[in-house]
Structures are given as structure tokens and as C-alpha cells.
Design a protein around this ligand. Sequence first.
Ligand code: HSE
Length: 438
Amino acid sequence: MKTINIGLLGCGTVGTGVAKILIENKGLISSRVGASLILKRVADIDIKRDRGVCFDNGVMTTDAYSVVDDPEIDIVIEMIGGDGIAKDLILKAIKNGKQAVTANKALLAVHGNTLFRAAAKKGVDLAFEASVGGCMPIIKSLRESLVGNTISSMTGILNGTCNYILSKITFDGSAFESALSEAQSKGFAEADPTLDVEGIDTAHKLAILTSLAYGMEINFHDIYIEGISNITPIDIEFAERFGYRIKLLAISKNKGDRVEARVHPAMISFDNPLSNVSGTMNAITISGDAVGDMMLYGHGAGMMPTASAVVGDTVDLVRNILSGSKGRIPLLSYQFDNIKKIPVMPVEDIFTNYYFRFSALDHPGVLSKIAGILGNNSISIKSVHQKGRKTKGSVPIVILTHLAREADVKKALSEISSLDIISDSPVLIRVEDENGED
Ligand code: HSE
């Protein structure tokens, strides 16, 4: 039986999961693949820690470059993360003609165009299923299963940490901070949880998917990003009252010569299957002209689900080596010559429905002033709600709108903020109500 040698760079949580699967399920994998996968070298800065995995003597090293330079290694798996040394190591592995696997969405979102171009030029594969949605086979779906479709849109819950926090506040009344530390203790959060909470991790993933779906260069920097740190229990309560749940969504729409790509909290109806994706789970709906609507659901993070996707990628590359078909599937889904620079629409140009919450004095005429400004800015009101009655201080006034243009909304809210009857900054949450009335 042919032997394929694997080098693992980074043996943290997911890296350890990968090692575990490759060692403990070695027989199972070789009976499916027809080759023996040997974890030959493992590089990490800490080679003493007990990870609950038994490596043979000499497998572990602190020198990651000795792994990518080892002529006997066929496949390099990068599990270091970040966009520092990881980028250098992947480029070195590619230069040395090795197949590579990574789960590093932050790296691919920012430097993916360079890395994929280098791999394509060298004729090697760079697999990255685990970079988006953990074990959900979203990359495989876009690159392979849906190859015959024009993709029109994708909407995803792609960050387990944010989804966990929002679910804990919604269902258990937890405070933001305690929900975040629980997510961290479960091993989902990024090393810097700001990446999760401020929507950046979700945007990294959205940048990759948007490129694959529409045949464009990866463009992370033009994605509109808003995180969940300003979401308060009162807005969650209002949302529930209206039949909505608040989720951090990654939204991508094919508009022909432009794309919409945005990450922000949004209210979605209880009828939308994404509203039932709770805790650390991830899900994504994809619409294609042939397939219609489809949805993937699964663990978007965590040691073993992510490791499962990494091993799936590794086996794909082993099969390509065995059949002599490296580079069989274009890395970014389209042939390189057909990848375009498609601009991402500024958020000001989007149309959606809105939820506004104003803290306003409870006086006669207050509502007409607010409604007047909205009307003057072409924003049509769907419903108005006031909670409580106060002769002193402010009350929350909530307004739901029909479809409106974001630029008009921003202008109206800035005018409303300057009224002396308004005490705090208005709250804006987009309502993504595909099936609702306009
Ligand atoms: N921090 C990410 C999450 C990990 O919470 O989903 C997986 O990318």
C-alpha cells in the first residue's frame, strides 16, 4: 500500500484533533483511501505538553521550517492561525511542491489571492474546507456540488461564539460578558474574541464564500461589518414580541456587476430556519438557479468537528496524489483567467427593512416629529410601538419600516438624533424579512 507522509504545523486545539483522527482512525482511513497516511512530523512551539495523543519519538519538533523543507513530506497541514508565520510557511510549502491544507480564514480573507495564485502557478492544491463553517461542507458544495448553478445569494450564521452569546441572552437571560466567557471556555472563541464579537471572523468567512460563489477575487476589506456588542436585552425582547430573532448574519447577494456582502446583527422571522440555529451551531442557506434553496447545518467550530473537515481535505489531496490529478478542482472555484474583480456595494446603497428604537420624551407631537423626518427621507413606516408611559424621562419608541435605502436611513437617523426630544443615540437593526411584505 502506498504511503503518504503528512506534516502538521501547529498542535493546538484543532491541530491536536487532526492528529487524533489521523492516528486513532488510521486503519479506517486507509481502508477507505487505499493508502497509508502517516503523520510524520508535528511542529509546535510547545513539544512537552501532554495533549492526550501519543506521538512516536522524533515526530515533534519546534522547527516548523524543517517540516515544510522535509523532502519526504507530501502534504503540509497549517494549523497555526493568524497571518504571520503561517503565510510564510504555506508559501514555502507551495514553493517546495507540497500539497497544503489550512483552516486559516483570517489569512485567506486577507492574503488568499496571493496564496491561491502561488499554488495554482506551482500546480499544487491548497485546501481550506475548515476555514468556513467548521464541519459544514460549504466549500465543497460551492466548488463541486453546485458547479452547475448560478448562485444568487447566501445567508449564514458563521460564528459559533456570537450565536452562543445571542442564544444565551435570548433564552437564558444571560449577561453578554458571562455568555462570552462560557463560549471561550468551550474553546470556540478566537484567541482575540474581538474578532468574533465585532463580526470580523464572520466577515473573513463571508469574503471567502463570496469569492467562490460569484467568481471574484477575495475582497475582505470592502465588506460592511458590524458586530453584536451593541445588542441589548431590550431589543431582543422587542424582536421576540414581533416574531423575530436576532442573529449575526453573513449576507451575500449576486447583483450581476456588483455584489452585496455584509455582516451585521439582523432580525429574522421565526419562520426562517436560520432563526432556530442556536448555541454554537452554524448554518448557511444558499440559493441557486437549479438547486433552489438549500441549507447546511453543523458544528461551526470546536476541536473535533473542525478537525474532521481538515482530515476530509487531507484525504481529498491524498486521492489527487494517488490519481495524479493535482489541481483538478480550481482553487477558487473558477478558472483563474475567469476570476474578476467585482465591486462590493457600499452599505449605503442597500435596501432592507429596519427596526429603530428611539429613547424619546413622552410628549404630544414627539411621534409626528420623528415620523415627519422619516417621511421626508422616503422611509415608509410599517408599525410603531411604545413601551410604558412616563411623564418624566424617556420611553422607548420602536418603529418598523418597509423597505428603505440605507443612505436615507442614516440621514434620517442623524436628523432625528439632533432633536431635543431624543435622549440617546437611536438603535438601528436591519430586518431581513425575505418573505415579508415590502
Ligand atoms: N471563533 C470561531 C467561532 C471559530 O466562534 O465560530 C471557528 O471559526
